[in-house]
Design a protein around this ligand. Structure first.
Ligand code: AMP
Length: 215
């Protein structure tokens, strides 16, 4: 099976799509944002160094993210869905050279209208339960009891970087990098594009066939 990458602006629905893909394929989800937030909540040395960078919506340096991925993956035994990495052309090249090495891969770009996504992010609420992390939206997916996770009963919180200033900075970085990334992957014939508002279930079937085909 191919290794997989999900590209998309913040809030495009990469988490939701990941869950659907994992329901039909034995994939492990690896989100660099989750790994970095985990370092912050563990108060590790790395966590202390990156906390301010993340709260400003800037990018953590490439070496640090690559090291974190290498420490948390085993590509010889597992097939992954990379979410939130790569974010730049330099990271895409590092992913090919240091992580994928010669393994074949498939890249999915979840395309969405950025103004729509900014509003969506500002209404996003995330479960604070360590093992849960379910994502809600005040408008499109509210929890049954305000502020409480339906699945585990933990408190819902607003991610520290889901505020208007940081969101603008995260979108700016996304817009500065996405075209280069898409060109890189188009050239190597690995790119599948998907409209975030289209039927994700149809896409999942198509993806499953492509991912299983290792040629
Ligand atoms: P996310 O959960 O993917 O929205 O990521 C949250 C934040 O973590 C980003 O705004 C960045 O500050 C940092 N981050 C996540 N992934 C990366 C990456 N691949 N390279 C650098 N910084 C990252």
């Amino acid at each position: 099976m191919k290794q997989n990458v999900l590209l998309g602006a913040p809030g495009a629905g990469k988490g939701t799509l990941s869950q659907k893909l994992m329901s039909v394929l034995p994939l492990k989800h690896i989100s660099t944002g989750d790994l970095l937030r985990q370092e912050i909540s563990n108060k590790s040395q790395l966590g202390c160094e990156i906390s301010e960078i993340i709260s400003k919506g800037q990018l953590v340096d490439d070496d640090c993210v690559v090291r974190l991925i290498l420490a948390n993956t085993d590509l010889n035994s597992n097939t992954y869905l990379f979410d939130g990495f790569p974010r730049t052309l330099a990271q895409a090249k590092l992913l090919d050279e240091k992580i994928f090495e010669k393994k074949s891969s498939l890249i999915v770009y979840l395309k969405a209208d950025l103004d729509f996504l900014k509003k969506r992010i500002l209404n996003r609420r995330t479960c604070s339960g360590r093992e849960c992390g379910e994502i809600y939206n005040l408008v499109s997916k509210p929890s049954a009891i305000d502020g409480i996770c339906d699945l585990c009963g933990s408190i819902l919180e607003i991610r520290k970087d889901d505020n208007p200033t940081t969101v603008n900075s995260r979108f700016k970085i996304f817009e500065e990098n996405i075209d280069e990334l898409l060109s890189y992957y188009k050239c190597s014939n690995r790119l599948l594009e998907l409209d975030a508002q289209s039927n994700l279930d149809d896409f999942v079937i198509n993806f499953k066939n492509k991912s299983m085909n290792c040629s």
